[in-house]
Write a protein that binds this ligand. Structure first.
Ligand code: FPP
Length: 245
């Protein structure tokens, strides 16, 4: 049982992860514990997002990825999907100015062209308003699936090959990275999953080959910056060998 509290000052700024990714899990259980409908959990989860974005930026981490809606989440009841889409709109309307003030550039991972019109409109507005920011990149994964991302990359590479733009001989691991939604970004060093589930759930499948994982029983709506500090503190104690000795 971990009892000691970790503060920002406990983090070694010379050993920061470049890229942190979070699976925001446990919203439904948070609501159920309180006898509330599931969307209350998502709403409370959405309320945590901006604080974690600001805390991440404040530590000096350059890339943060949040898993907000997977390709599998379409299987949920329509009322819950609608609630999640509305929360996305609300998040952008409420927090866009804070993203701009913090120098955060918004990027979406996943095929967001199939989202309803209103979220698409707000995402376009947020991407446009943050496009010149360079202090931190916030990736929000929406209609995202790691396998979908890899099969899309294969198709794009093949199309480029058929157009004569890429030779089979030069296709390697880096080529595939360049055709992913995270093109140009470092792979996630640290992947955080609260809520007690111990799996990746089709998140950053290609990029996570050498990621460190950090799990906790806390539900996402209860996740605050002290948990983020704890995850980074624990990460800094790991010995990353990347297959070496
Ligand atoms: C998983 O918890 C969470 C989701 C599928 C949605 C996450 C979305 C948000 C936190 C709000 C919107 C985010 C942004 C960036 C605007 P779950 O519902 O599967 O939890 P459970 O396992 O307890 O049921």
């Amino acid at each position: 049982m971990i009892t000691e509290k970790i503060n920002k000052s406990d983090i070694d700024i010379t050993k920061l992860p470049k890229h942190v990714a979070i699976i925001m899990d446990g919203n439904g259980r948070w609501a159920k514990k309180r006898g509330l409908p599931r969307h209350f959990g998502h709403q409370e989860g959405m309320n945590r997002v901006i604080d974690i974005v600001e805390a991440t930026k404040d530590i000096g981490i350059k890339y943060l990825t949040l898993y907000a809606f997977s390709t599998e989440n379409w299987k949920r009841p329509k009322v819950e999907i609608d609630a999640l889409m509305n929360l996305l709109v609300l998040f952008i309307r409420r927090e866009l100015q804070r993203l701009v003030t913090n120098g955060v550039k918004l990027n979406i991972l996943g095929d967001w062209s199939v989202l309803p019109d209103l979220p698409q409109k707000e995402i376009n507005r947020a991407i446009e308003a943050t496009k010149d920011n360079s202090d931190m990149v916030l990736n929000i994964a929406l209609n995202y699936g790691g396998r979908q991302e890899i099969s899309r990359a294969v198709k794009l590479i093949l199309e480029d090959h058929l157009r004569g733009n890429i030779d089979v001989d030069v296709i390697g691991e880096d080529t595939i990275s360049q055709y992913l939604y995270t093109n140009g970004q470092p792979d996630p060093d640290l992947i955080i999953r609260p809520s007690g589930e111990l799996r990746l759930s089709n998140f950053l499948t290609y990029q996570s080959a050498y990621s460190e994982f950090w799990f906790s029983d806390i539900l996402w709506p209860d996740f605050d910056k002290t948990q983020l500090y704890r995850a980074i503190f624990d990460y800094q104690k790991r010995d990353r060998r990347f297959g070496g000795i």
